[in-house]
Design a protein around this ligand. Structure first.
Ligand code: HEC
Length: 108
């Protein structure tokens, strides 16, 4: 009994701690969304933390020649294997994540 509880409680605490860490995200959605946060949640899977992963034929974002407006269009409407994000992210979040994406190529 006691042994079991001591195994479970750190897990519960971890879940609660993670939940708290995520809490600022919805609050920031209407005001100043953080591009890096959005990127980590929605883009890193295919593009990788540095933009170069190329999972699922994703393009190397550090080598992209698209303009900011073109990127906003593509992230909103999707292309090929990349899904459209206009129903997932707010317009501001799309802009923030594109601005963040554009910094990836410059940190090489
Ligand atoms: C399911 C995997 C996947 C996810 C998740 C994903 N992408 Fe993509 N992305 C792709 C693929 C595949 C392409 C290439 C599309 C094509 O040209 O056919 C691409 C292309 C792009 C391009 C265009 C690059 C260029 O120069 O043509 C940008 C910009 C981009 N993604 C940004 C993002 C952002 C920002 C997110 C998160 C909101 C994201 N992607 C999430 C797969 C993904």
């Amino acid at each position: 009994m006691i042994r079991k509880a001591s195994v479970i409680s750190p897990l519960v605490l971890l879940v609660i701690a993670c939940g708290n860490a995520m809490a600022p995200s919805p609050a920031a959605a209407d005001g100043a969304p953080k591009g890096a946060q959005v990127y980590k949640m929605h883009c890193e899977l295919c593009h990788g933390a540095n933009g170069k992963l190329g999972f699922n034929d994703a393009k190397d974002l550090t080598a992209s020649v698209l303009s900011r407006a073109e990127m906003i269009m593509q992230v909103s409407n999707g292309k090929g294997k990349m899904m459209p994000y206009k129903n997932v992210l707010t317009a501001k979040e799309v802009e923030a994540v594109v601005d963040y994406t554009r910094t990836l190529g410059k940190t090489r």
